[in-house]
Design a protein around this ligand. Structure first.
Ligand SMILES: NC(=O)c1ccc[n+]([C@@H]2O[C@H](COP(=O)([O-])OP(=O)(O)OC[C@H]3O[C@@H](n4cnc5c(N)ncnc54)[C@H](O)[C@@H]3O)[C@@H](O)[C@H]2O)c1
Length: 254
């Protein structure tokens, strides 16, 4: 198969949250391969550093910084620092999340707040922090991460699904607020993406993967690369009139 390359992304500064592993790592790889200057943050130190090393031969070696996104001040400080180091950020990918499961009766106020503090709050405050940098550039693309989980009403992760539904509201409000500065804001809603973590926790047998894939219109295992390619498109000038939208990438799962 052949996939598009995006000349507009060459040399563009891209900031990815939760980029050390899973879909985020595929996003880091995809932007690095297209010639972007990528910076990514995560709490997984060694894994993040290893990914930066793996991509050392890229046109621009990606920069990894440890940052806990539940710490809003630290997150905003890293965004300012990257802007000084690499130049103004043109693409923000709000990928990080924690899809921890907890039944309704076991959710406490602290757990609820913790879940929002990683699954929702950072997506607002990173956008707030990159806004002046994108204004300086005269353009920008913010890509938020939702999930199809809220649409189906996944019963055992109510704090997560609430946050992921809220991401669509956040996306629409920010698209309206930032649009006059030519800053676009969109979301991606991945389906069941088979990352190492998903295999280790939920899809331990080939039968369980087959059962899942048989519920998709396209009977192919969904991988992070597919989500990364959607992020490339939304980051590039090719999608320059697309804003306030959410794109589902799930192979037609039901
Ligand atoms: N995998 C799926 O099937 C799927 C489905 C729907 C939506 N999504 C969404 O796609 C995105 C990526 O999913 P994934 O499966 O790769 O997730 P993941 O849990 O495998 O990876 C998330 C990354 O975020 C990092 N992270 C977690 N907490 C952090 C914190 N406090 N500070 C900084 N970094 C932190 C993790 O270390 C990890 O590298 C998420 O927004 C997720 O909700 C995934």
């Amino acid at each position: 198969m052949n996939f598009a390359q995006y000349p507009s992304l060459s040399g563009r500064v891209v900031f990815v949250t939760g980029g050390a592993s899973g879909i985020g790592a595929d996003i880091v790889r995809a932007f690095a391969a297209t010639g972007s200057k990528v910076a990514f943050v995560d709490i997984q130190d060694e894994v993040g550093q290893a990914l930066a090393d793996e991509l050392a031969g890229s046109a621009h070696r990606p920069i990894f910084r440890r940052c806990d996104l539940t710490d809003t001040e630290a997150t905003q400080a890293v965004i300012a620092e990257i802007g000084r180091e690499l130049g103004p950020i043109g693409v923000l990918v709000n990928n990080a999340a924690n899809d921890d499961r907890r039944e309704v009766d076991d959710v406490t106020p602290d757990y609820w707040d913790w879940s929002q503090s990683i699954n929702l709050r950072p997506q607002f405050f990173t956008a707030q922090a990159v806004r002046p940098q994108m204004r300086e550039l005269g353009y920008g693309s913010i890509i938020n991460f939702s999930s199809i989980a809220w649409r189906g009403g996944a019963p055992n992760m109510p704090a997560y699904t609430t946050a992921k539904a809220a991401v669509l509201g956040l996306t629409r409000s920010l698209a309206r607020a930032f649009g006059a500065d030519n800053i676009r804001v969109n979301s991606i809603e991945p389906g069941a993406v088979m990352t190492e973590k998903q295999y280790a926790l939920w899809y331990k047998t080939p039968e369980s993967v087959d059962a899942l894939v048989s519920r998709q219109c396209i009977r192919t295992v969904l991988r992070g690369e597919e989500i990364a390619r959607t992020a490339l498109f939304l980051g590039a000038d090719d999608s320059r009139m697309i804003t306030k939208q959410s794109i589902i990438v799930d192979g037609g799962l039901s």
